[in-house]
Design a protein. Structure first.
Length: 459
């Protein structure tokens, strides 16, 4: 087949296949941020499949009831964060002093919780915990506490550092090697020649290798969300021990129990000459001195926040709004979400959802969120059929037997044959669909057709 024929066949294939296009994860996050002002965490969504090296290829971005459930749940969470009511939450500040204890019995009262403040098995110098190397028992943390309000909080860490010189590295290495040499001589005095050669070679390594041209010590800040550790930052502690600096970060917390952990994070390559020595406190390496860490918030630059104002404008949730105000909010959100002019029929359908919610006894905040959630979860089939919610997707699929069968047959054949379906497979896909339709739409008949097909037998 010539290049011209292949190009023509590909164009024909593209014109025959109608793709139900959806946003991929990154597109969804950026669209939500532009629409509502909320930077939503999309890590809970399934990874988007790649097609021809791209994760935004519509032919690979499938839509399932599970995906629809995730969109509905995400829409509710987004609007819960974006739209607020009542007074601005009071700010709290919890300061943790890691030198207070090294075990889980070290508890300090913060709000309603006796939090565990654990300094790890790190030595103490004055008011500082000394973080020297990575180890499971050298983590400083505060855990088993919860914050009174969900939101963005500021985490501040007061710490200083000390960077050893090359002379310090050589001095500590020589002391450790001399001690090891004495032990080797006691165990195997006949090997003195080889022991001395090993000392000489190892000392040359510590004197010349560039891995000991140290930078400032480095720490890793981690917090826990629903049992999942999230790294907020890895940062250099460039302030000296004598004048510690305060390092600030921001992270979002929910109202569940959480934790904050600080770990040593300066990595030195482990090689034959130093692997046995790196975890010794006497080994000269960048050291961090941790004084305290604290959490403060929630942080709100304005109240109501910008996300609230972006969606509702000047609508006051503490009062009963008139229909014109609600219509204005819904119409503007519709236009911005759909990025096109909207009809009175579309606006009225969403207003009816608000009115029904109010009649059922919901507050203004709860009622206004219902049509907005529906807007964020309102895809359409290529022929214009609207889909609202998971049940709407299921009903729409059941009404489009040919489209559903074609898509299902194509997916099953792709999996069974281990390759992407192309133009040459169009007849096979249609035969599979007709076979299933002829046998009362039983899934087992599709499996039977595929297994018995020449394409599967000769794959």
């Amino acid at each position: 087949m010539s290049n011209r024929q292949m190009k023509r066949a590909e164009l024909i294939r593209r014109n025959q296949n109608i793709v139900i296009r959806r946003l991929n994860r990154d597109e969804y996050r950026l669209t939500i941020r532009e629409l509502t002002g909320i930077d939503f965490d999309i890590s809970g969504f399934p990874l988007d499949p790649l097609a021809e090296g791209f994760d935004n290829n519509g032919s690979a971005l499938s839509m399932s009831p599970m995906q629809m459930e995730l969109y509905v749940d995400a829409a509710r969470k987004i609007l819960d964060r974006a739209i607020v009511s009542g007074d601005q939450p009071k700010s709290i500040r919890y300061r943790f002093q890691p030198e207070v204890g090294n075990g889980d019995d070290s508890r300090v009262r913060y709000g309603e919780y006796n939090a565990i403040v654990h300094g790890g098995q790190n030595p103490v110098e004055g008011d500082f915990k000394v973080l020297h190397h990575v180890s499971w028992d050298r983590v400083c943390n505060a855990r088993d506490f919860a914050l009174p309000e969900e939101g963005v909080y500021k985490i501040r860490i007061r710490a200083g550092g000390k960077v050893p010189s090359r002379e310090d590295v050589v001095r500590t290495a020589r002391a450790a090697l001399e001690h090891r040499f004495e032990e080797q001589m006691r165990d195997n005095p006949n090997g003195e020649k080889y022991h001395r050669e090993a000392v000489t070679q190892t000392m040359a390594h510590f004197k010349t290798d560039r891995i000991y041209n140290y930078g400032p010590p480095r720490l890793k800040l981690i917090h826990d969300i629903n049992g999942q550790p999230i790294v907020i930052s890895e940062f250099d502690v460039d302030a000296p021990r004598e004048q510690p600096g305060v390092y600030e970060f921001q992270a979002r917390f929910n109202a569940n129990k959480t934790s904050i952990s600080i770990e040593y994070a300066y990595s030195i390559p482990s090689v034959l000459e130093n692997f046995w020595f790196q975890s010794h406190d006497s080994f000269a390496r960048p050291v961090a001195y941790l004084d305290w860490f604290e959490i403060k918030g929630p942080i709100n630059e304005a109240w109501p926040p910008k996300s609230h104002q972006k969606i509702l404008g000047d609508l006051d949730l503490s009062k009963e709004p008139d229909s014109a105000q609600v219509r204005k909010v819904v119409a503007l959100f519709l236009r911005r979400a759909f990025r096109r002019p909207v009809t009175d029929e579309e606006i009225q359908a969403k207003l009816q959802q608000y009115n029904d919610a109010k009649k059922s006894g919901k507050s203004v905040r709860e009622a206004i969120q219902i049509p907005l959630v529906a807007i964020l979860c309102s895809p359409k089939f290529p022929d214009g059929t609207a889909i609202v919610g998971v049940s709407g997707l299921q009903n729409a699929i059941l009404k489009k037997e040919a489209l559903f069968l074609n898509c299902l047959s194509k997916k099953m054949l792709t999996y069974a044959l281990g390759r992407e379906m192309g133009l040459v497979d169009t007849d096979l896909i249609e035969q599979a669909s007709r076979y299933v339709q002829k046998h009362d739409y039983r899934l087992s008949t599709l499996v039977e057709f595929i297994v018995c097909s020449d394409a599967f037998q000769n794959r």
